[in-house]
Design a protein around this ligand. Structure first.
Ligand SMILES: [Zn+2]
Length: 236
């Protein structure tokens, strides 16, 4: 079996081996063993670098499939040679690694991942934040997590009518709530109204680096996303 994939994570095991997590075109997230990849003579190591687009083949292994051949097709050097681009891209691979179900093919997610990498690869460093927000919003859509923002998810009232700067967003119900429904016992996270536009691609990126989009992602994933801290540090 031969399939295309992006290398999203590598973890050392034993002395010379690594477990490689790939997002593949045909099987979604999958893990495979790269035997001997840490030996200085390994020919696979350069092909299986993090964020490479590869074509690879596996054979049956005891616990995990074993990579029998791998051929890199794109290295994304523009990303690897820039710390901020690397940090931005790692946000997506980290989220993907945390939430993706293994062995589930998803054409849209596969296309998103490739497009996102290509965009960051060629983007000027000064324009990273708007690009990052654009792809965060696109990522939510592709993952099926994009919240409804037009009407209150409970009563359909206009959730943005009040003078408040923030609006409550329920991750359980998948959308924003008006103040009344929120006060009536809804649970949610507070989302900056100014950031709502980011979700449908109409928003402008605020000057402040942090966005409630980040909070929403962390809430959805269910834990802290460490690459976000890294990204804001390198963007300082
Ligand atoms: Zn309501």
């Amino acid at each position: 079996m031969r399939t295309k994939a992006i290398v999203i994570r590598k973890m050392p095991v034993n002395e010379y081996d690594q477990i490689v997590t790939l997002y593949s075109e045909d099987f979604g997230t999958m893990r495979a063993m790269a035997r001997g990849i840490c030996r200085p003579t390994s020919v696979q190591s350069m092909h299986l670098e993090l964020l490479n687009a590869v074509e690879f083949e596996v054979i049956h292994g005891k616990a995990l499939p074993i990579i029998s051949s791998a051929m890199m097709s794109r290295q994304h050097l523009g990303v690897k040679n820039s710390l901020c681009k690397l940090a931005a891209v790692q946000f997506f691979t980290e989220v993907l690694d945390k939430i993706a179900f293994e062995n589930e093919k998803d054409v849209h997610l596969w296309e998103f991942l490739n497009m996102m990498l290509t965009d960051f690869d060629s983007a000027p460093e000064g324009e990273l934040l708007p690009l990052f927000r654009k792809h965060q919003a696109g990522f939510l859509k592709v993952l099926g997590y994009a919240p409804q923002t037009e009407r209150c998810v409970v009563c359909s009232a206009d959730p943005l009518a009040g003078p408040e700067k923030m609006v409550a967003l329920s991750t359980e119900l998948g959308g924003v709530m008006c103040p009344e429904c929120f006060l009536a016992g809804g649970r949610g996270i507070m989302f900056d109204k100014a950031d709502l536009g980011l979700l449908n691609g109409k928003g402008t990126v605020s000057a402040s680096k942090h966005s409630t989009l980040d909070t929403f992602f962390e809430y959805t994933v269910g834990r802290k996303i460490s690459s976000l801290g890294f990204l804001y540090q390198v963007l300082e």
